[in-house]
Design a protein around this ligand. Structure first.
Ligand code: HEC
Ligand code: HEC
Ligand code: HEC
Ligand code: HEC
Length: 189
């Protein structure tokens, strides 16, 4: 092999390795930690900014873990998996945030009991939660914030849980369901 060609290959390899290490973490949710709904709600709680915390608290998502801790749920999971619902990963996967995450990535204030939390939909927030980063959308995304480019993309995401794998599945009407939990920041003039 000519030494020129060898150099070229080395440069290309080094470059692609650099590109990989630079971008890989943002693509892998598992490297960001979960801080829990209360920590997000500290900032996202004002009426004038859309009261995201309150809307979530009043939604079924906040009760999704509690639902598993019921006779009805245990009956279903005992029949399917021979164990209690809160002990079945097969149920937790849709009813709780961060249940299967390495303990090192779970923050002190995080509570599994809070069910389907902000971070199930927006991505784990340990690296984007600071005011400085949050104010900058691009920075937030680079640090783990998940955003959706269209309603169709949001719908596709909802259906990762609202589907026939749910033992109690009821048809999912996206527009109606999104209206029930929508929590945009109001337009500022
Ligand atoms: C220290 C305060 C603070 C904390 C904590 C915080 N945020 Fe934010 N967040 C903000 C601010 C400020 C904005 C920008 C609001 C604006 O653009 O008007 C924002 C914007 C957002 C947006 C909109 C991004 C966009 O551009 O579409 C989302 C979604 C969001 N935050 C989710 C979360 C989640 C989930 C958590 C918890 C993991 C969290 N935030 C924690 C202050 C915070
Ligand atoms: C991580 C899984 C998951 C994702 C993602 C998810 N949901 Fe849910 N959702 C649930 C579970 C579980 C329940 C039932 C909770 C309960 O009743 O205990 C639920 C319940 C609801 C309810 C209440 C339904 C009722 O009959 O009262 C609405 C509305 C809803 N979801 C809307 C949405 C929308 C809109 C999206 C997408 C933006 C979405 N969900 C994404 C898991 C999820
Ligand atoms: C079931 C999924 C789900 C849950 C749970 C959820 N969100 Fe959202 N959130 C969304 C979606 C989808 C949007 C719309 C995003 C878009 O259109 O880009 C959104 C929008 C937002 C926005 C406004 C973005 C804007 O540009 O107006 C903020 C802020 C936000 N969420 C914060 C939170 C916080 C804080 C929590 C928890 C208290 C939370 N969300 C819980 C799915 C969710
Ligand atoms: C694929 C995601 C998914 C899985 C897996 C899942 N659920 Fe759910 N669960 C949902 C959603 C979404 C809802 C709300 C709407 C519906 O029933 O489709 C729900 C609602 C419920 C409800 C409330 C029904 C009602 O009528 O209010 C119970 C009880 C329940 N689930 C128990 C379980 C148990 C027990 C398991 C494990 C054996 C389980 N779920 C697994 C997504 C899931």
């Amino acid at each position: 092999m000519s030494s020129k060609l060898f150099m070229l290959i080395c440069t290309a390899a080094a470059f692609s390795f650099f590109a990989f290490t630079k971008y890989a973490p943002a693509d892998d949710n598992k490297s960001f930690g979960y801080i829990g709904t209360k920590a997000c709600g500290m900032c996202h709680n004002k009426e004038k900014d859309g009261a995201q915390l309150k809307i979530w608290e009043n939604s079924r998502h906040a009760k999704a873990y509690e639902t598993l801790n019921s006779q009805e749920a245990n009956k279903i999971s005992n029949e399917l998996y021979g164990k209690k619902a809160i002990e079945a990963d097969e149920c937790l996967v849709c009813h709780a945030s961060g249940f299967d995450v390495d303990a090192a990535l779970i923050g002190k204030k995080f509570k599994l009991e809070d069910g389907v939390q902000c971070e199930s939909c927006h991505g784990p927030g340990s690296e984007y939660k600071s005011l400085k980063i949050m104010k900058d959308r691009e920075q937030s995304v680079a640090n783990g914030l998940k955003i959706y480019s269209s309603e169709a993309e949001v719908e596709k995401f909802c259906i990762t849980c609202h589907n026939e794998e749910s033992p109690t599945y009821v048809a999912f009407n996206f527009k109606e369901m999104w209206q029930q939990i929508s929590h945009y920041i109001p337009e500022k003039n």
